[in-house]
Design a protein around this ligand. Structure first.
Ligand SMILES: N[C@@H](CCC[C@H](N)C(=O)O)C(=O)O
Length: 289
C-alpha cells in the first residue's frame, strides 16, 4: 500500500493554495510536483503551494530560525519560486493556528523576503507586516492587445507593474502575461495590476501573476496598488507624518492596506482553511519527475 502525504487547501480572498505540511523538509517538491498539485483538473488545484517547513530544517531559512520557527517555502502554480506572497503568509498563519502550532495573537513567519510579523485577530482576520515598498525610477509600459498604459514600478520584495485603466475590462481575458517594456525593468518577469478608482482611498484591481496567471487576489499586488495610488494622489506618509489607508477590492474579496510614516505597510484580510486530505505518495513521486 502506498504511503499517504497530508495536504490542506486554503485561500485568502480567493488566492488559493495547496498547503503541504513537511516540518522536517523531507518531501522533494520539484517544480513538476508543484505544477501537478496546482493543476485544477489533474491535481488538487491552486494558485500556488505553501510548503510548511521548520526554519531550522530548510537551508534558505536556517538563519531566521531564532526569530521564526516556521518557514513559508512558497511556490507559484507553475513551480517557479517567488520572493514573497502576501496572501500566502496570511493563509500560512491560519494553517499554523488550525494545526495547533500557534494560537491567535502575534507570530513571526520566515519567508524568502525575510521574517514577517503576523497578527491573527479574534474576529478572524489576519494582518501581516509586509515591510516597505521600493519604487524604482523609470518609465514602464504594459500592454494588452493593441492598447498600452504607463505603469508604476513597485517592488514589494517581488516585482509589480501597476497600471491605472478606465475600466477593469480593459485588461481583457488576461490568459497570457501582459507584455511590458523596457525589458530591463523586470529581468525575472513581473506581476501586473490593472486598477480603477472606486471612491476616496478605495480602488479595485485585477492582476496577472507571474507564474500563476490571472488570480482572484494578490496580497503583494494589493500593497503595490495602494502605494502607487497614494503617490498618484500625492499622499506620502513619510512626508505628511500621517498613515495612509486604502481599501483594495480584488475579484475574490477586499484587502485593507495601511502605509505608515516609517514606510511599513500592513495588510489585513480573511484567511481560510477549506479542506484537508491525503495525497497518494506514488502519484506525487511520479508527478515530480
Ligand atoms: N499571490 C501572491 C504573490 C505570489 C508571487 C507572485 N506570483 C510572484 O511571482 O512574484 C501574493 O498574495 O502576494
Amino acid at each position: 500500500m502506498s504511503t499517504r502525504i497530508a495536504f490542506l487547501k486554503g485561500h485568502g480572498t480567493e488566492n488559493d493554495f495547496v498547503i503541504v505540511p513537511d516540518p522536517e523538509n523531507l518531501i522533494d517538491l520539484t517544480p513538476a510536483a508543484v505544477a501537478a498539485l496546482c493543476d485544477r483538473r489533474a491535481g488538487i488545484g491552486g494558485d500556488g503551494v505553501l510548503h510548511v517547513v521548520r526554519s531550522a530544517a530548510h537551508p534558505e531559512a536556517a538563519g531566521m530560525a531564532a526569530e521564526a520557527e516556521w518557514f513559508m517555502d512558497y511556490r507559484n502554480g507553475d513551480g517557479s519560486i517567488a520572493e514573497m506572497c502576501g496572501n500566502g503568509v496570511r493563509v500560512f498563519a491560519r494553517y499554523l493556528q488550525h494545526a495547533g502550532h500557534v494560537t491567535e495573537g502575534d507570530l513571526a513567519v520566515a519567508t524568502r523576503g525575510g521574517v514577517k510579523r503576523v497578527h491573527i485577530a479574534k474576529d478572524g482576520d489576519v494582518t501581516v507586516g509586509m515591510g516597505t515598498a521600493r519604487l524604482p525610477e523609470g518609465d514602464v509600459t504594459v500592454s494588452v492587445g493593441d492598447r498600452s498604459w504607463p505603469a508604476r514600478n513597485v517592488n514589494m520584495g517581488n516585482p509589480h507593474a501597476v497600471a491605472f485603466v478606465d475600466d477593469l475590462s480593459d485588461a481583457g481575458d488576461l490568459y497570457a502575461p501582459p507584455p511590458f517594456s523596457p525589458a530591463v525593468a523586470y529581468p525575472d518577469g513581473v506581476n501586473v495590476e490593472f486598477v480603477v478608482d472606486r471612491g476616496p482611498r478605495h480602488v479595485a484591481m485585477r492582476v496577472h501573476e507571474r507564474g500563476s496567471g490571472e488570480t482572484r487576489s494578490c496580497g503583494t499586488g494589493a500593497c503595490a496598488v495602494a502605494v502607487a495610488t497614494a503617490r498618484r494622489d500625492g499622499a506620502d506618509p513619510a512626508e505628511t507624518g500621517t498613515p495612509a489607508t486604502y481599501t483594495v477590492d480584488v475579484p475574490g474579496g477586499t484587502l485593507v492596506i495601511t502605509e505608515r510614516p516609517d514606510g511599513e505597510i500592513e495588510m489585513t484580510g480573511p484567511a481560510v482553511i477549506v479542506a484537508e486530505g491525503e495525497l497518494d505518495a506514488n502519484w506525487l513521486e511520479n508527478a515530480a519527475r
